[in-house]
Design a protein around this ligand. Structure first.
Ligand code: NAP
Ligand code: F7E
Length: 343
């Protein structure tokens, strides 16, 4: 019989790619979606799976709702991807962020414990746990030092998952995923903001791109590669926690430079700090500016992951390089903007 998986956060980037992967593996996929006035399943549509996923309302704020869904659909595996996932917003909405990202995880675990502790559980943990990192690179043993309400809320999610594993012998695991991006990334995150913004500048729909801290460095991978790792974690013999990363870090500045190159701009920089500008040498126009609006009250300066454990134990490794990732995202946004312009 086909395995049945419940994915919370089905409408997000990872929910869509994970659903596609599980469908390809023959799973029946239940997609948990919180109610929204203008629900648009554009990511599922983009991947051609909108009709293949059974959508159900599930909100991590409501215990009874989670209970009824899990009791009714009896999934073999639950992938908890739902979250208030934008770090910047977590400084403005720390309580909501914690309700969803911390207590929300506990609600799902508690339902599983009550309904059927044999259900396997995946928690979407994050490299933001390392925050002001205590060592470079970071692995499963690196101490945590979160730097935002988002990171702190995810710390609870991480520990409560481990605690349920240890206390009730549940198959509950944490994937500590470093940043992973794709053409399905939300527009508020820096990578997609850059590729979408540059494409619009290229086609004359926008004058410039306004960014924050160009020096922040991230270990950026490709989301579909990372969803393979997520699935593998629930297929392992024993429940355990794993770092998922590429082992290569790049700055926001490098991301802009590479994307600008794919886009056909010849970018150079002038000035410093908030006065710095990115100029296209071909036209002499300023296409990148800096604003304090996009700086965070506490920043995560540099993250670099060491994914040796998952490579050695589960045989996972990333397939997509940084330059390929930038190219995939940039080219897709150029296509999208070109067709938006034709429409
Ligand atoms: P995303 O695109 O923001 O998707 C998160 C989804 O969660 C959204 O569809 C959102 O619904 C839903 N959600 C928010 N609050 C909810 C609630 N109260 N109840 C039910 N659903 C709710 O995030 P993602 O990039 O796919 O990331 C997936 C998960 O991995 C998140 O938990 C994130 O924190 C974590 N993570 C992401 C990365 C990364 O680099 N992408 C790295 C490490 C960990 P709406 O669509 O209605 O807003
Ligand atoms: O920022 C800097 C910003 O918002 C990356 C989430 O998926 O990954 C993501 O969190 C860096 C930061 O992602 C802008 O200051 C500069 O240093 O794309 P981001 P994030 O904060 O790393 C982790 C692993 C998660 O778990 C999260 O859910 O880029 N930056 N200028 C900017 N960031 C944004 N958003 N916008 C700017 O204009």
């Amino acid at each position: 019989m086909a395995k049945r998986a419940l994915i919370t956060g089905i409408r997000g980037q990872d929910g869509a790619y994970l659903a596609k992967l599980l469908l390809e593996k023959g799973y029946e996929v239940i997609g948990g979606d919180r109610r929204s006035a203008d629900a648009d399943y554009w990511r599922l549509r983009y991947l051609g799976i909108e009709k293949e996923v059974r959508l159900v309302y599930i909100d991590l704020l409501e215990f009874n709702n989670i209970y009824r869904v899990i009791e009714k659909y009896k999934p073999d595996e639950v992938y908890n991807l739902a979250a208030q996932s934008f770090v910047q917003v977590s400084f403005e909405q720390p309580i909501l962020t914690s309700e969803v990202n911390a207590l929300g995880v506990l609600r799902v675990l508690e339902v599983i414990r009550q309904v059927n502790p044999g259900i396997k559980f995946y928690q979407a943990s994050t490299s933001e746990l390392f925050g002001k990192a205590k060592e470079i690179p970071q692995n499963e043993e690196t101490p945590f030092y979160p730097r935002s309400p988002y990171g702190v809320s995810k710390l609870f999610g991480y520990w409560i998952t481990r605690n349920y594993r240890e206390a009730y012998e549940m198959f509950a695991v944490n994937g500590i995923l470093f940043n992973h991006e794709s053409p399905l990334r939300g527009l508020e995150f820096v990578t997609r903001k850059i590729t979408w913004g540059l494409a619009r500048i290229k086609y004359g729909l926008q004058d410039k791109l306004v960014l924050g801290n160009l020096e922040a460095k991230r270990d950026w991978g490709y989301a579909p590669d990372y969803m393979e790792a997520v699935w593998l974690m629930l297929q392992a013999e024993e429940p355990d926690d794993y770092v998922v990363a590429t082992g290569e870090a790049h700055s926001v500045r490098e991301f802009v430079e590479q994307a600008a190159q794919v886009c056909g701009f010849k970018l150079y920089w002038e000035g410093e700090g908030l006065e710095e500008k990115g100029i296209d040498a071909k036209t002499g126009k300023v296409i990148v500016e800096i604003s304090s609006e996009y700086f965070r009250p506490a920043e995560v300066d540099f993250l670099l992951g060491d994914a040796r454990k998952i490579r050695e134990k589960l045989g996972w490794k990333p397939k997509t390089s940084f330059s390929k990732l930038v190219e995939i995202m940039m080219e897709e946004d150029l296509k999208r903007v070109a067709s938006e312009r034709r429409a």
